[in-house]
Design a binder for this molecule. Structure first.
Ligand SMILES: CC(C)(COP(=O)(O)OP(=O)(O)OC[C@H]1O[C@@H](n2cnc3c(N)ncnc32)[C@H](O)[C@@H]1OP(=O)(O)O)[C@@H](O)C(=O)NCCC(=O)NCCS
Length: 72
């Protein structure tokens, strides 16, 4: 997870962290990086797309509560 304190956002810190991760991968011979993004997180989506990540088919997460009286 990439995270920057609210007081420090908008200064390129997340972009720098992601670039450092990519450089690490290259230096160590990795051929692929995968990342996951919440669909409404426009900030992180913008960063990942600027870095060249391409969108893949979306996963939808389902949840069912198993409390007494709840379906199913
Ligand atoms: C998302 C997050 C990491 C961005 O950190 P940041 O240091 O402010 O991001 P940067 O300054 O490196 O932004 C780089 C570029 O991303 C884009 N960007 C960043 N935040 C954006 C936003 N809220 N909306 C749209 N674009 C955004 C901009 O294009 C920016 O480039 P620019 O400054 O040239 O315009 C930060 O908002 C955060 O910690 N959020 C909470 C945690 C989180 O959601 N993490 C991601 C989990 S997947």
């Amino acid at each position: 997870m990439t995270g920057v304190l609210p007081s420090h956002r908008g200064r390129g810190i997340a972009m720098a962290l992601k670039l450092a991760t990519i450089a690490y991968g290259r230096q160590h011979g990795y051929s692929e990086i995968r990342t996951w993004n919440e669909t409404h997180n426009t900030g992180m989506l913008a960063i990942n797309e600027r870095l060249g990540f391409t969108r893949q088919p979306a996963w939808i997460t389902f949840e069912a509560a198993l409390e007494p009286g709840c379906a199913p």
